[in-house]
Design a binder for this molecule. Structure first.
Ligand SMILES: [Zn+2]
Length: 504
């Protein structure tokens, strides 16, 4: 049954240029969204920019720019990731937009009307990097667990609070029963453990002064600015026109299945605070929260506030963006931290792409060019031919089943690996059948090769959309939307290497 899926990334602060860690999240979300579309589902993919953070105010000040001008510039850079990495998102929301402000104010009012917002004096340890309060025992030698060089500072003021404590039991059950499914399982356990320690009400406003006079004002209180996380989380519904009673909100949030893609550092906000806010406002909850690990460079977290940086825009000057997409999805566990290394990138490029898929395609095209150019796909059937103990058809079906299952479980690396098992299978099949010797069988062998190759390329679309399109064009198959290509005759001719060797 075709369904509607609403896929979102977290909103990055735009106080610096994008880093590769965020590109990982965009690419994972993009691959998943494209996979769902391939399966016939309808998808709305949202990303954007968090512009109301104090960090933006501070960095703008350092640069001597008005805050709005500064965030305009940087939001543009984030927007350009779309072309740079062939992303297919449908909407890019900026939290300084009017539609967002309307959504935040409406949500605040709903929660206020439920009696879940009150004012009190508060003193706590605040990390500006995280825009969050920490308890003493959560710090590591006095430093923020997410920012090794930042000491949270004591903040004391009168703020508005959200009655999170009221939702403790409900949230615990929702997470425990997978009503909101947390992927992977070990993150679910972390969140449950955190909930069991007791949920305290949290502050959802800042004094105007401490917020740098930047952000969305609390209704009917000129001196308070809405806390940037309350503000930012609301983007998931404000982008759909929640504040303006848009039909998008009904279609995608109320009737669709919602999947949030986030990094491990902000799981608490998404799996606890956000669902509680939605419960209070009487709104539907997201169905799934996928939590990825961090990318490191020789062990250092890649982030804007710390040293190790690979500029994504520089990277795609040296490597095809689709090669980077491939590497990010194939090389790393989607759930654990991964260490980015150029050595591994080059190794993968050579073994998987140049000598793997690229070489296979060249071989098939050349064999066709040499021995049998016109291949009638209809007169051949994968169900008949046996190879290595099974029919080619059952080899294919097994691998594609693994691919589907891996994708649905967000195991991007395993999904890609299933396709490459088919690449090796075809390599072996060519060596075994030797169509250059048994020329009378060349058409049958080539038809089998092409039928499986096209399935590989078809399923490669979520991972390498542009390269898949080019290969399908070389096979004169265009975009294989309905997979009726097996009725066609196609013509094979030599092509230049898809992934030229970089190490020569
Ligand atoms: Zn921090």
């Amino acid at each position: 049954m075709p369904q509607r899926y609403f896929c979102t990334t977290a909103l990055p602060y735009v106080n610096a240029s994008p880093h590769l860690g965020f590109v990982l999240e965009l690419v994972q979300t993009d691959a998943y969204a494209r996979f769902l579309r391939l399966k016939g589902h309808k998808v709305y993919y949202l990303t954007g920019a968090d512009e109301n953070s104090l960090k933006n105010v501070l960095t703008a000040k350092e640069k001597g720019l008005p805050v709005q001008e500064f965030v305009n510039q940087n939001a543009e850079r984030f927007r350009h990731l779309k072309e740079a990495f062939h992303l297919s998102y449908d909407d890019f929301i900026r939290t300084t937009e009017e539609r967002h402000k309307k959504g935040v104010l409406k949500l605040w009012q709903k929660i206020f009307d439920q009696g879940d917002i009150y004012k009190k004096n508060y003193e706590g340890l605040y990390c500006i990097g995280c825009e969050a309060f920490y308890k003493e025992n959560e710090l590591i030698n006095g430093f923020c667990p997410e920012h090794k060089n930042t000491k949270p500072i004591v903040v004391k003021e009168e703020n508005y609070f959200f009655k999170l404590s009221r939702y403790q039991k409900e949230i615990e059950q929702i997470i425990a029963n997978d009503k909101i499914k947390i992927v992977p399982e070990f993150r679910k356990n972390e969140i449950l453990n955190f909930i069991k320690q007791g949920l305290e009400d949290f502050s959802i406003s800042r004094s105007q002064e401490r917020a740098g006079n930047w952000g969305i004002r609390v209704p009917n209180d000129e001196n308070q600015i809405i806390y940037v996380w309350f503000d930012a989380l609301t983007n998931y519904i404000s982008a759909l026109g929640y504040g303006e009673n848009s039909s998008l909100f009904t279609q995608w949030w109320e009737e669709g299945e919602v999947i949030h893609f986030i990094g491990k550092g902000i799981s608490r906000f998404h799996a606890i605070y956000w669902p509680a806010m939605l419960l209070s406002a009487g709104l539907p909850l997201p169905q799934t929260i996928f939590i990825h690990g961090y990318l490191t460079i020789t062990g250092e977290k890649i982030s804007k506030s710390q040293g190790a940086i690979i500029d994504p825009f520089e990277l795609v000057k040296t490597y095809d963006p689709e090669v980077i997409r491939y590497f990010l999805l194939r090389e790393f566990s989607p759930f654990e931290d991964g260490d980015f290394s150029f050595n591994r990138l080059n190794e993968r490029y050579t073994s998987d792409l140049s000598l793997g898929l690229g070489n296979l395609i060249s071989r098939i095209m050349s064999l066709g060019d040499n021995y049998h150019r016109a291949i009638n796909l209809a007169s051949n059937s994968l169900a008949v031919e046996n190879f290595e103990g099974q029919t080619l058809m059952s080899h294919l079906q097994n691998k594609l089943q693994n691919y589907d299952q891996a994708f649905y479980e967000f195991r991007f690396n395993d999904a890609v690996a299933s396709l490459w098992e088919l690449v090796s299978l075809l390599d072996k099949y060519i060596t075994f059948t030797k169509p250059w010797v048994k020329i009378e069988q060349a058409e049958t062998v080539l038809a089998n090769l092409v039928l499986i190759l096209v399935e590989i390329i078809y399923h490669l679309q979520p991972i390498m959309p542009e390269i898949s399109r080019r290969v399908l064009e070389d096979l004169q198959l265009g975009a294989v939307v309905d997979r009726t290509y097996d009725k066609q005759t196609i013509f094979l001719k030599k092509i230049s290497p898809l992934f030229p060797r970089r190490d020569k």
